[in-house]
Design a protein around this ligand. Structure first.
Ligand code: 9MR
Length: 393
């Protein structure tokens, strides 16, 4: 595309966002900054061409990579075309609710001394039936704890409760799990601790050894699973995310010093184009630092929130696809990255629609398939990133 066409394309798109006069009047505002970011991401002529004929899991496998998605029993069991799309595209399945202590309509822990494995078993069977790897998400998290947790758990019984949880759940699926998110989202620099750790019920109940304890218990219950520390907001070039990356690296160093059995870092990759600046070299540096510690990396929950993007579906889909390809081509350069998982597969079932809705109320489009299970440009973008990725050694 020549420069003139690019400018015309950009200008007409800008016009769609608001008048130039309004834009300059608020040139210093956050909205203007975001509009600038979004314009920079829009390229009307960018090429998302792919060779036909291969699913995402096949393209990933050719490079020694895994592609998977999160899904829920309620959707897989009620929508045959969605289940078929999950089977066709994914070599890995992540139960979005069913392995948590409690989430949505799935409650693994109805009470301190009971387990209900019906939903988790259903997901494990689905994966096994369709030859998919299974991920366990998640054992230790501040969120999705049952109501009874607040009243029944105290510093005297917390260690025993965690031990029982990990031993029971992890042993039940031992040998069937590719990787466990042992600890999820334990860093939050805004909480003000020197080490950047999030102040969670687990930290308060068990003290700073809780992460090490959780990894040790999991390793003992399933020596084969890859044990993962998983977190979000590690992707962008902002002071906050830089501080979070640093705190994660410190946590990993601390665990390695203690010889804690940890094998991988999960980078969630919930992306928010328009809000923050993406700087591939900053991200590459972080991935390299993690890899240098001998750890694997998984992209565990990728999606592209379209909250700040224009209403026009064509424009929106191009931006989202570009964000997918730019991000994935950056991370797949790093050999330690072994898997890419999107947080859902179809726009019909995405947490983004509840937690990051658009102000124009238009349906969100954060995932590779649309609500009718048709591939969008984002699908092509992921396919291209796999096709161009270096083969894993
Ligand atoms: O997508 C999940 C949503 O359906 C659940 O209600 C919520 C609470 O369990 O968790 C969402 O998934 C989160 C994941 O478990 C951890 N990282 C952030 C994800 C999106 O909030």
């Amino acid at each position: 595309m020549n420069q003139r066409h690019r400018l015309i394309g950009r200008r007409s798109f800008l016009f769609g966002l608001g008048s130039l006069a309004t834009m300059s009047a608020v040139a210093t505002s956050k909205a203007a900054y975001e509009n600038q970011q979004i314009q920079a991401l829009y390229d009307p002529d960018r090429n998302f061409i792919i060779t036909e004929g291969f699913s995402l899991k096949e393209r990933a496998a050719k490079k020694g990579l895994i592609y998977g998605a999160a899904a829920r029993q309620i959707d897989l069991s009620s929508n045959a075309s969605y289940a078929a799309a999950i089977v066709q595209n994914c070599s890995m399945l992540v139960p979005e609710w069913e392995f948590k202590w409690t989430a949505g309509n799935a409650t693994l822990r109805p009470s301190p001394d009971r387990f209900d494995f019906s939903a988790a078993d259903w997901m494990a069977n689905f994966a096994a039936t369709h030859d998919q790897l299974l991920r366990g998400h998640t054992l230790v998290w501040h969120d999705s704890l049952p109501e009874w947790f607040k009243t029944s758990v105290n510093s005297r019984n917390a260690a025993q409760l965690l031990e029982k949880h990990i031993q029971t759940v992890v042993k039940r699926y031992a040998g069937k799990i590719h990787s466990w998110d042992v600890v999820n989202e334990a860093i939050r620099t805004e909480d003000g601790r020197n080490d950047g750790w999030r102040i969670t019920p687990w930290l308060e109940l068990l003290g700073p050894n809780y992460i090490d304890l959780a990894f040790r218990l999991t390793a003992a219950a399933d020596p084969q699973a890859l044990l993962v520390y998983n977190d979000f907001d590690l992707d962008y070039d902002t002071p906050e995310q830089e501080a979070k990356r640093t705190a994660v690296l410190k946590l990993l160093e601390r665990l390695q010093t203690k010889r804690t059995p940890i094998h991988a870092v999960g980078i969630q990759a919930h992306l928010f184009p328009g809000e923050n600046k993406f700087n591939p070299s900053k991200l590459r540096k972080f991935l390299h630092d993690v890899a240098s510690m001998g750890l694997k990396i998984m992209i565990t929950e990728m999606d592209v929130a379209d909250k700040k993007l224009p209403t026009d579906v064509k424009v929106r889909d191009r931006i989202i696809a570009g964000v997918y390809e730019d991000y994935l081509s950056t991370v797949l350069d790093e050999q330690a990255v072994i898997a890419v998982i999107t947080w859902g597969l179809s726009d019909r079932y995405s947490y983004v629609s509840q937690s990051q809705p658009r102000s124009d109320r238009a349906p969100v489009r954060p995932l590779p398939l649309d609500a009718q299970m048709q591939p969008k440009l984002a699908w092509n973008a992921i396919a291209r990133a796999f096709d161009h990725a270096p083969r894993r050694n």
